[in-house]
Write a protein that binds this ligand. Structure first.
Ligand SMILES: Cc1ncc(COP(=O)(O)O)c(C=O)c1O
Length: 467
């Protein structure tokens, strides 16, 4: 009889694990619409025991493991896929995702160089090429899947530094030249500032350009600030525009910012983590035309392609600029270049990398691109419906236009504390998980429809309760 190798499951346990997994996924899917709560009623005793219980010397086996997951993990997990989870920019995972993730784990391809991941390298290339094509980039473009939009923007700023500051790879920012400055709007996501901190640019060298009444970067103020910085002996090198700001979904004037970047010879990066994939919608495509003029775009398949965490993406118009930033020759990794299969270790900071592309590729193939267009259109429709319902309610007030799917509103005469209390009540009673909004010094409530399961009835339920 052949012995089962250590750390594998024997045939009987494999069958059991398969059955239990299938049952778990099926039960979870069925439970979603009727879950009493979105944020769980956390059992602190169970979580404390999870923390303190020592790992067993002799394993508990497959059946008890699944029992623990069902009894301890599941009831203490947030129901992100619930149709009234409308907080933050996070959607439910698509249906094929858990299966694709399981296969990626089994194959365990290391997507660093092609020898360890030949098919995976091509799958990632095809996903990135499709994404780049959505924005009108041609075959000189390239990119890489990342853990999310924040890291995509960090990698973009690193590439921008390497491209705009001669000798950056050798001397970094350690020589005595003038300070480099990056420009973004006051509505930009904190990931721009985080990147500036990590890269040693310093927060004092991030200019948060004022926004207009619709929360879009003011291009006149951008131009003036760049000129003032140059006059002061500083070195502007990059503008980060946002296509879909995190709070209100506003889209900066991309074309006008592209003109400024061209005239001032600055790297033009677009943070499209939330908004860029609305390019898939016929209703919104025209608003993203100027993306083709950007040097780089960050976007998030784990938002609008409903990939499970984590799946972000950086696209760079000239992929050689990524290689110029990140490629190193290492004696311990030498493989011959192959024109078909990119070596992704040359496109970003990671060496060992998982097969994130499989879940994105699998979903696009299983459901087809049209299904994603429809899902995205559905979120747009529901956000407009929510905005209309809010406008029709005498006690509610929209705080900003709704160009995408983030709806910010206030309850008339409510204080900050009232808004916070309402958010807590809605979450505790299981009506909805919404988030806080802060715009132009005013605070309120934000519902971001990034959820293909949400229905008109869900929106009605929320508005009726708010009323
Ligand atoms: C505009 C914007 N940029 C960046 C991010 C960060 O993306 P990630 O959470 O994937 O790092 C977000 C997240 O919501 C966002 O909305």
């Amino acid at each position: 009889m052949t012995q089962t190798p250590l750390l594998t499951l024997d045939e009987e346990d494999r069958k059991l694990a398969g059955r239990l997994l299938a049952a778990f996924l099926d039960d979870y899917e069925r439970s979603l619409p009727d879950l009493p709560r979105i944020v769980p009623d956390i059992d602190r005793n169970v979580l404390t025991a999870l923390l303190q219980e020592p790992f067993p010397d002799k394993g508990i086996g497959v059946e008890r493991l699944f029992g623990d997951i069902s009894d301890k993990i599941l009831p203490n997990s947030t129901a992100v896929a619930h149709p009234r989870f409308l907080a933050y920019v996070q959607g439910p995972p698509n249906g094929i995702a858990p299966y694709a993730e399981a296969i990626a784990a089994a194959l365990n391809q290391n997507c660093n160089f092609w020898q360890l991941s030949p098919a995976a390298s091509v799958v990632e290339r095809s996903v990135v090429r499709w994404l780049a094509g959505l924005f009108g980039y041609d075959d000189t473009a390239g990119g890489i899947l990342t853990s999310g939009g924040s890291i995509a923007t960090l990698n973009a700023l690193t590439t921008a530094l390497n491209d705009r500051r001669p000798g950056f790879r050798r001397s970094g920012l350690q020589d005595a030249r003038s300070a480099l400055v990056v420009y973004t709007s006051e509505e930009a996501h904190r990931c721009v500032e985080k990147a500036a901190v990590i890269l040693g640019l310093g927060l004092d060298n991030v200019r948060r350009i004022p926004a207009d009444g619709d929360y879009r970067m003011r291009v006149d103020a951008l131009g003036e600030t760049i000129r003032a910085d140059r006059a002061a002996g500083l070195e502007p090198f990059c503008v980060v525009a946002t296509a879909g700001t995190v709070t209100s979904g506003s889209i900066d004037p991309l074309d006008a910012i592209a003109d400024v970047c061209r005239d001032e010879r600055l790297w033009f990066h677009i943070d499209g983590a939330y908004g860029a994939l609305f390019v898939l919608s016929d209703r919104k495509r025209a608003e993203f035309t100027a993306c083709a003029r950007a040097d780089s775009i960050a976007l998030d398949p784990h938002k609008l392609l409903f990939a499970p965490l984590e799946a972000g993406c950086l696209i760079v118009r000239d992929r050689e600029k990524l290689r110029a930033t990140y490629a190193f020759a290492s004696s311990y990794l030498t493989v011959n270049d192959d024109p078909l299969m990119p070596d992704y270790m040359n496109y970003g900071p990671q060496l060992s990398r998982g097969f994130k592309a499989l879940k994105v590729w699998s979903a696009l193939r299983t459901f087809g691109v049209e299904a994603f267009r429809n899902a995205i259109d559905h979120t747009l429709t529901l956000a407009q419906y929510l905005a209309e319902r809010i406008q029709a309610e005498p006690n509610l007030r929209l705080m900003a236009p709704v160009p995408l799917t983030a709806v910010c509103f206030q309850i008339k005469n409510a204080t900050d504390a009232d808004h916070t209390a309402i958010l807590t009540t809605l979450a505790n009673e299981g009506t909805a998980l919404l988030g806080p909004a802060s715009l132009g010094g005013r605070t309120g409530i934000r519902a971001c429809v990034t959820n293909y399961r949400t229905t008109h009835a869900d929106i009605d339920l929320i508005v009726n309760r708010l009323r």
